[in-house]
Design a protein around this ligand. Structure first.
Ligand code: HEC
Length: 185
């Protein structure tokens, strides 16, 4: 009589018998299967989280930084509604000239005619020729082209003075002026 037909033997008993050790074909416990399914679901969630949500999180952080930087830039360049006007009084222009001779002349020329830096006496501007734009260019500089940001060395009032001085040179047409660069304004 085979073991399977023997009613006294557990029907779950498999036909394996090694040295008296027998194997049972029990169903897996429900809690174990539950855990197994949970790990699969969590695995799927984990992959999704890393490939999709993970990207979204860093994009969000990036966007936040952009917003902060934009706010900072806005503060630095002052609200667009506060339009700067060039100073015209002799004292401010004299102070602007002194600042120019000390800091800017080497690159822009004794008379603003341009050397390494562009000609500042013509109506052509690479970064814009309005008072606000010139002030902004001086503040942040053009580091890629060799002009440093001056905001740490010159106070806003000094930057406005040197800007006013530069604008007073418009149309002075100095000898040896550098060819126009940028757009006419
Ligand atoms: C080391 C050289 C150097 C010094 C010093 C320097 N600049 Fe410049 N500057 C440049 C260069 C180069 C550019 C052109 C940037 C470009 O091509 O985008 C420039 C551009 C400018 C512009 C923009 C011109 C335009 O066409 O839009 C202004 C305004 C200006 N400089 C003002 C100043 C003032 C004011 C100072 C002194 C406080 C100064 N620079 C000192 C090299 C210099």
């Amino acid at each position: 009589m085979s073991k399977k037909q023997d009613k006294n033997i557990d029907p779950l008993m498999m036909d394996h018998d090694y040295d008296g050790i027998q194997e049972l074909d029990n169903n897996l416990p429900t809690w174990w299967i539950g855990l197994f399914i949970i790990t699969i679901i969590y695995g799927a969630y984990f992959v999704t989280d890393h490939l999709i949500l993970g990207n979204q999180v860093s994009a969000e952080v990036y966007r936040e930084q952009e917003v902060l930087m934009a706010q900072k830039a806005k503060e630095e360049s002052k609200a667009p509604s506060v339009k700067l006007t060039a100073l015209t009084d002799a004292a401010s222009l004299a102070s602007g000239k002194a600042i120019y001779m000390k800091n800017c002349m080497a690159c822009h020329g004794l008379e603003g005619q341009g050397v390494v830096g562009p000609n500042l006496t013509d109506p052509f501007w690479i970064h814009g020729g309005s008072v606000d734009k010139i002030v902004h260019t001086i503040k942040v500089g053009v580091p890629a082209k060799g002009m440093i940001a001056w905001k740490s060395q010159l106070k806003p009032q000094k930057i406005l003075e040197v800007t006013s001085y530069i604008l007073s040179l418009q149309g002075s047409n100095p000898a040896g002026a550098k060819a126009p660069e940028g757009a006419k304004e």
